[in-house]
Design a protein. Structure first.
Length: 341
């Protein structure tokens, strides 16, 4: 891997100059950019690790520290996700704002804890980055006022069951009104790389990409890979096309014979392919995909169980509950009543 290969960035979809002093830094301006990383209990370990990895590596390849960061929370002290602990400082109200705020997603992401902080950053025209669950919470809270916006593809169908979010983007990231919403998760590495790139020379960017073992950086406007079938390196050919059809027809499931016809192979060939590659059958895989969507809707929304059953291709709440109990050991009704841990 050469330096020129390792630092490739999707130039057409890259957003330049989001951070406040990018142009000045390129011209020898401010030396240090300060990040505030906001976390809450059950934060995404992947996202927080990716942020730290990029900032650490960016400092390593430069002759001096250019990027500082502070972890903050509305519950200061030790903030945990399982056995992963970070020490967070309390938020200082008023004008004590950093150059950029990053809100890490997680299972207990609550916009009430950071929305006031976001508004203060917007008033001072300083960027806020919202990752996955944080982006979803922001969209829920601000409705159409959040646009342009995006979030992780997993949450987009859930949001559209709650209300009309047809204007929500399916790109990896969107920037508007000093807010960068993005898919988060594995894309966090790309986002952070793109953000700090304006402060670095081409040689430094190539060094950083090489140290992070990155062949390329995905730009913000690239479409998100949605569902199992988009994992190009893991699924291919008829298997990939079959799973894509399953994911696209959750509300009105196709008979397995029709699915095989659309893929272009016989039902027997399709069943054999699923058995060899996934150790499952097409029918079982189809049901698993539908139940996964149903579980998300049960936990994340207040939509009626009948509406969820219809949206996930079940003929009744009874048939959904039976399949749900077999898969998860609990009925949708009991799962919804169960308090979040």
């Amino acid at each position: 891997m050469t330096h020129s290969d390792s630092s490739d960035v999707d130039a057409k979809s890259d957003k330049q100059g989001i951070l406040p002093a990018a142009k000045a830094a390129r011209d020898g301006g401010p030396d240090v950019l300060n990040f505030e990383i906001f976390v809450q209990p059950k934060f995404s370990k992947l996202e927080l690790s990716a942020i730290a990895a990029v900032l650490d590596t960016a400092n390593d390849v430069q002759t001096k520290v250019r990027f500082n960061w502070t972890i903050c929370s509305d519950t200061p002290g030790l903030v945990a996700n399982g056995n992963f602990l970070v020490r967070a400082q309390p938020i200082i109200e008023g004008d004590f704002l950093k150059d950029c705020m990053i809100i890490v997603g997680g299972d207990e992401c609550n916009s009430n804890a950071w929305m006031r902080r976001v508004r203060a950053m917007q008033r001072h025209k300083r960027p806020v980055v919202m990752l996955s669950d944080a982006a979803t919470e922001f969209v829920k809270t601000t409705r159409q006022a959040a646009l342009p916006a995006t979030t992780h593809w997993r949450d987009i169908p859930i949001l559209n069951e709650i209300d009309d979010f047809s204007g929500l983007s399916t790109r990896l990231a969107e920037y508007g009104n000093n807010i960068l919403t993005c898919a988060g998760r594995g894309h966090t590495l790309d986002v952070m790389f793109n953000l700090v790139a304006d402060f670095m020379t081409p040689h430094e960017k190539a060094d950083m990409a090489s140290l992070l073992m990155l062949d390329s950086i995905r730009g913000f406007h690239r479409e998100q890979p949605k569902g199992h079938a988009q994992g190009n390196t893991f699924l291919e050919g008829p298997l990939k096309r079959a799973i894509q059809l399953m994911e696209d027809t959750i509300e009105e499931p196709l008979p397995i014979g029709e699915l095989a016809d659309q893929v272009g192979i016989s039902t027997r060939q399709l069943e054999r392919l699923f058995k060899i590659r996934l150790n499952s059958s097409p029918a079982k895989t189809y049901k698993k995909i539908r139940l996964k969507r149903a579980r998300s809707l049960v936990v994340e929304t207040r939509i009626s169980l009948l509406e969820i059953a219809i949206a996930c291709g079940f003929s009744s709440t009874t048939s959904m509950s039976k399949a749900f109990r077999q898969a998860h050991g609990v009925t949708p009704n009991h799962l919804r009543k169960k308090p979040k841990e």
